[in-house]
Design a protein around this ligand. Structure first.
Ligand code: NAD
Length: 429
């Protein structure tokens, strides 16, 4: 739908992405034609995914792959399996990927995809059949120089291998650079597992440096103790930051004297709880158990939302005590919440800057696959942190000079790079 000539959506993620984009584009006085062009994805493919379930019945799932922009290079973005996946959600996330890749200074456009399903109630064989059929149906638009998927929520190396194997068989040749997030021993990259958390921690450290804060005197809370949150907590903790609260779907685990993060890792690895519930019972390791959202409200300096979109919203923003928020999840802060935070002087490091470690890491994997030559983990980590720091400083400096928020500054830098190339290449891409 359109309101006053501007595209809007009932989907929270797409609507937030559009509103942020329009706000920045207007401030930049971007040409109206370019604004219209970039409001829509270049391509969206919706596919049906019929799957033979283990009981012999056929169930039809709905899958999507969106390429928001290929102006800077092949579109890049994850494939997620979740019940709330829709074409519009993928459009919003693909747009965010365009800005994220642009801001990160890597040669990619933005893409996203997924299947609406509940992977927690599917067997391994059902997931394999679903992944392979989905892969076959989006195959015409996937490739190392066209669209390079990666894992996202509830997908990982296994799903990537099923999809890649299916497309390679269709092509009749091997092509490891067509997607990233592959297992390390199978054309993956050492360092990728920790990359997003490491990048997030690098942003937090740069922010501390800019503000003259000593990491050893800082307290942080991390919402979501999955891939992003757990490694961000671990790396910050290793630098002396006291992690006072962590959470997962089972609730918040709080210790004002600091949680032993190594113990939390050990606990997760031994706890057989189903995915997303791995901290269940962790209170017995010296923590107080609080409610699901309480992780947002504990007394701390840094808050890292690393779970879901929209957790920092109108209802929760006013109760946050942290002065700095570093966003690990995509779109964890709604625009209304951001206004509340800005009014109370909270600095928010936006998602597409702070969680770009994952896509930068994917770029490193792709580059290694194209070279056919693996890097060392040390090379990977050093290059990642160097890029994250550069990107943070660029956004920070512009925000300070122009007296705008970091999100606005990041949007402007990211949109400018894409808009310049769209103008250079022309709109008939
Ligand atoms: P994950 O599935 O590994 O972990 C998610 C964690 O969040 C789990 O611990 C889960 O229990 C917890 N969680 C879910 N709902 C919650 C709630 N309501 N309250 C508290 N905790 C809750 O996922 P991930 O890979 O860590 O991704 C987390 C977020 O970061 C997602 O928004 C994802 O899109 C984004 N992201 C991930 C990457 C990456 O490389 N993994 C990169 C960029 C962005």
């Amino acid at each position: 739908m359109e309101i006053d000539g501007r595209r809007r959506s009932n989907n929270l993620i797409l609507d937030t992405a559009l509103r942020d984009f329009y706000g920045a584009a207007d401030e930049m006085h971007l040409d109206e034609g370019l604004i219209q062009t970039l409001s829509y994805p270049e391509r969206r493919v919706d596919v049906s995914v019929p799957v033979e379930m283990d009981d012999g019945t056929i169930k039809v799932f709905h899958g999507h792959r969106v390429q928001h922009s290929t102006a800077l290079g092949p579109s890049k973005g994850g494939i997620r399996y979740a019940m709330d996946v829709t074409g519009q959600e993928c459009e919003g996330l693909a747009m965010l990927m365009t800005w994220k890749c642009s801001l990160a200074g890597i040669p990619y456009g933005g893409g996203k995809g997924g299947i609406c399903c509940d992977p927690t109630h599917m067997s391994r064989k059902e997931k394999e059949r679903m992944s392979r059929t989905f892969g076959a149906r989006i195959a015409p638009i996937i490739g190392r120089w066209s669209d390079v998927p990666a894992p996202d929520m509830y997908t990982g190396g296994q799903e990537m291998v099923w999809i890649m194997d299916t497309i390679c068989k269709m092509l009749g040749h091997f092509e490891p650079a067509m997607l990233t997030g592959k297992p390390i021993d199978y054309w993956g990259a050492k360092g990728r597992t920790e990359a997003t958390g490491r990048g997030l921690a690098a942003c937090a450290f740069e922010l501390m440096r800019m503000k003259g804060l000593d990491p050893a005197k800082m307290k942080a809370a991390v919402q979501g103790f999955g891939n992003v949150g757990s490694y961000a907590a671990k790396i910050m903790n290793e630098a002396g930051v006291k992690i006072v609260a962590i959470s997962d779907t089972t609730g918040t685990y709080y210790n004002p004297n600091g949680i032993n993060i190594d113990k939390a890792f050990e606990y997760m690895n031994t706890n057989p709880g189903q995915r997303g519930r791995k901290l269940e019972g962790f209170e017995k390791e010296g923590c107080e158990k609080l409610g699901l959202d309480d992780v947002l409200f504990v007394d701390c300096d840094f808050l890292c939302p690393c779970a879901l979109q929209g957790t920092i919203n109108q209802d929760t923003a006013g109760k946050i005590k942290a002065k700095y928020i570093v966003e690990g999840a995509n779109s964890p802060t709604t625009p209304e919440a951001e206004d509340i935070l800005n009014d109370s002087g909270v600095i928010v490091v936006p998602d597409f800057l702070a969680n770009a470690g994952g896509v930068i890491g994917s770029y490193f994997e792709w580059a290694q696959n194209l070279q056919g030559f693996p890097w060392t983990e040390e090379d990977y980590n050093n290059r990642l942190v160097a890029l994250m720091k550069d990107n943070f400083c660029r956004v920070w400096d512009y925000a300070q000079n122009k007296k705008v928020t970091m999100r606005r500054s990041a949007y402007i830098a990211a949109i400018k790079r894409v808009a310049d190339i769209v103008e250079l290449r022309g709109v008939y891409l």
